[in-house]
Design a protein around this ligand. Sequence first.
Ligand code: UD2
Length: 326
Amino acid sequence: MNRYIVTGGAGFIGSALVRGLLAQGGRVHVIDNLSTGNLDNLEDIADQITVHEFDICDYDRIAPVIAGAQRVFHLAALPSVPKSILDPVPSHQSNIDGTFNVFRAAAEGKVGRVVYAASSSAYGDTPALPKVETMTPQPKSPYALQKLVGEYYAAIFSECFNLETVSLRFFNVFGPRQDPTSVYSGVLSIFLTCLIERRSPTIFGDGEQSRDFTYVEDVVKLLLKASEARGVSGKVFNAGNGGRYTLNETWRLLQKLEGVNLPAQYGPPRAGDVRDSQADTTAAVQELRHAPQFTFEQGLRLTLDWYRADVARKQGRVAAGANLVS
Ligand code: UD2
């Protein structure tokens, strides 16, 4: 039976991928230090997988788990542009040193292929839209640079160490299980939670910055395709939807979906923030046979439903606890 490794498998994208891998059959091992991931994301499938609570910076612990796997999906990272500016050391360690460890362990352990989660932040403010993989990257933050170094390592491991690798530049992925509780959380997880709780969000800057918000299930499908496509080792592909929405448009759309009027508040722009982001999906469509299935609005509705159900689940647990006490 195929053995798959998902680093960062307790995160919201990783846990969706784990479900995708289980659906196609195979043994799944998660490597996650739970710094941003959460075992709750794997609760309903815990008996079908093996979780290794290891840090990717700990080579000696991760190498034996990775050795001999058919595929490694390397999603573990310390995300967030602003966090990497405020506190660059941990993100450097995870995103560069940890990533090197994963590639090294995969090469030494004769893994079939590593699919690496790169980031659209690598493009920075290159003026043209949409962003094509052939553009020269212009990282604007430590996080963007770190994720780009991972891509370069992926290409070098393919070139010099006989390891098949593919890099996917994720474009602002959103969906169920994305943690909304940190100031560094993805903006849609924050917007959707605000909407449910009938609070105004804070938009950093004028709100005219735009993003290619990409639904997590489309990213999972692309990860699976990238893990099997032929003739793509060492390459980089955009993992985006191909659309583009400003934050102002997005918040307006969400208010309309819910029939509420909650004007956003505005704060100063964030350092390192990219202005506009939109994926050219041509290469992924042609070489990976990718076909995004979810429109932005469909993804938003599904995610909103999930957050609402999650609130109800949590309230149910609290109520059950209160009953036990009384
Ligand atoms: C970057 C990458 C993304 C992924 C992510 C990981 C780009 C274009 N995208 O996402 O692919 O790698 O990093 O962290 O570089 N914002 C608000 N209010 C809030 C929170 C955020 O206005 O409460 C703004 C934020 O200033 C930014 C936008 O929303 O302009 C998106 O922010 P984000 O943190 O969701 O993601 P971003 O674009 O930094």
